[in-house]
Design a binder for this molecule. Structure first.
Ligand code: TXA
Ligand code: MG
Length: 386
């Protein structure tokens, strides 16, 4: 392999069928020796380095072009390994880990003294997660060290949920990609800060707020942009965004279908079309629920498949936001590959996993429109996560 943080000119991709593949041991050695290896987790692909080797971790920041003040999550294979990284492992941490590890939950605790400052960006807390993907767990065990890993996208781009997405952003910048197929959850882990009282959810994700409250009682939601310094430093960075501006459409399918019908039917030159909705020679991506597609078809608004001006994607039922979550980043990246100039994405129900889907959609959005309401609003583009 290449030396510390010096990646191969063309990054190899190894198809890994399951956790018994002997090449996982080799990948683990590469990580222990200072290399950069992207690997699947149940949430999104991670870009891993030896979490106890500050120089190797510096390579992650370079490969992603990630701001240095945005700390990383340490990935472990057991609660015992997590405890060794925490300066204080309180009762809430123990109970949440017992309930939801391995799984899509990251806990923030006081950090132990031996963790390189580059991992925590100088904070006195550390983020720790035990992923459930068997290949990820086997890799951490093979490495024999905690693996520092952010999502394996270039900073600001949608997180990768397939090995191809990692290759799009990281080819020639890292040593190896383990391809374990598409990620099940498709959105990053829930982050819960247990170093504060009451505990605070810094980022919604695969484990819902209700599920966390069931185990530890009251939790605050800190996902809205707070006035002072954001608690998860990553929250202040632009994130999840494809190249084209995203308009999030909220409301009932009937109202969304009507809005889309107007956008599609509006003549390119119409003087009363809002400039954002003008469509001359632009490619429009439509990421809509199955319900809205059915209504559009009934109303005859369906753009013909062969029409080059559209990229259409059925994001599944509005009642199954978890499915939408699994597809979201793949769909946003597909919009880039298809050369979309503008993207319309339908919101889902805020229930359960829907909270995380809506959080990511809104962070990717240039604007939100409440369809079926007289006034539309156009909030300033939020600052975003990495
Ligand atoms: O699902 C996931 O969490 C994926 C997979 C690879 O595990 N990882 C991931 O990492 O999403 P990343 O780096 O893209 O996002 C980590 C977030 C950032 O917003 C960062 O600011 C926050 O976690 N974070 C890390 N350490 C923290 C700490 N000590 N206190 C507060 N926030 C922290
Ligand atoms: Mg990320």
């Amino acid at each position: 392999m290449e030396g510390k943080a010096r990646a191969a000119a063309i990054t190899p991709v190894w198809q890994i069928r399951d956790a018994s593949d002997p090449r996982i041991a080799e990948a683990g050695r590469m990580i222990r020796d200072g290399g950069l290896v992207a690997f699947p987790t149940e949430t999104v692909y991670g870009l891993g380095a030896n979490g106890l080797d500050g120089e190797a971790v510096a390579g992650i920041y370079r490969a992603k072009d990630r701001p240095a003040d945005n700390p990383l999550i340490l990935h472990v294979a057991s609660v015992a390994e997590a405890k060794a990284l925490a300066g204080e492992w309180n009762d809430a941490a123990q109970r949440l880990a017992e309930a939801y590890w391995p799984g899509p939950l990251t806990v923030v605790t006081k950090s132990a003294g031996h963790i390189p400052a580059i991992v925590t960006a100088g904070l006195d807390t550390v983020a720790i997660r035990c992923p459930s993907d068997p290949i990820a767990l086997a890799l951490i065990t093979a490495a024999g060290v905690p693996i520092a890993a952010p999502s394996a996208n270039a900073s600001g781009r949608p997180s990768p949920t397939r090995a191809e997405h990692v290759l799009e952003d990281m080819d020639g910048r890292i040593d190896l990609i383990l391809d374990g197929g598409p990620c099940q959850v498709g959105l990053e882990s829930t982050i819960v800060d247990l170093s504060v009282e009451p505990p605070a959810i810094l980022r919604p994700g695969g484990v819902t707020r209700e599920a966390i409250s069931r185990i530890i009682g009251v939790v605050r939601e800190e996902t809205a942009e707070p006035a002072g310094a954001p608690k998860a430093p990553g929250m202040k960075y632009r994130h999840y965004a494809p190249k084209a501006p995203v308009t999030v459409l909220e409301g009932e399918p009937g109202a969304i279908a009507s809005y889309i019908g107007e956008v599609l039917a509006r003549p390119d030159t119409s003087p009363d079309a809002p400039s954002e909705d003008k469509n001359p020679g632009r490619k429009t991506a439509l990421l809509l629920s199955g319900e809205s597609w059915r209504l559009l078809a009934e109303r005859g608004f369906l753009p013909p498949e062969e029409q080059e001006a559209y990229y259409c994607r059925d994001m599944g039922s509005r009642d199954r936001p978890a499915d939408m979550g699994t597809l979201l980043y793949d769909a946003l990246r597909a919009c880039d590959r298809e050369g979309a100039d503008q993207i319309y994405a339908e919101a889902c129900s805020p229930e359960g996993r829907g909270a995380a889907v809506l959080n990511r959609l809104r962070k990717a959005a240039a604007r939100r429109i409440k369809c079926g309401f007289p006034e539309t609003h156009d909030p300033k583009r939020e600052q975003q996560d990495d």
